[in-house]
Design a protein around this ligand. Sequence first.
Ligand SMILES: [Zn+2]
Length: 79
Amino acid sequence: MNMGNKTKIPAVYKEDLQIFLQSINELECIKKRDRICMVCLKTISIENIQLIIPRQNQTFDFVCDNIVCVEEYNHKKGV
Ligand SMILES: [Zn+2]
């Protein structure tokens, strides 16, 4: 069970966020706008990233900072 398996990124920690994204090899993809919100499919950027959800095979899902998306994800998690 991985009920709490997500990482919240407070808006004030943009530099830490970039370092973290670098460490998981996702920073370049996000800068290239290669990642989308798993809920609304909007392009994820450093500015709008809200949740980083680890998946298997060292891949990650992302949720943008739209409150609707965050709530939708919170409803869906565990399914
Ligand atoms: Zn979204």
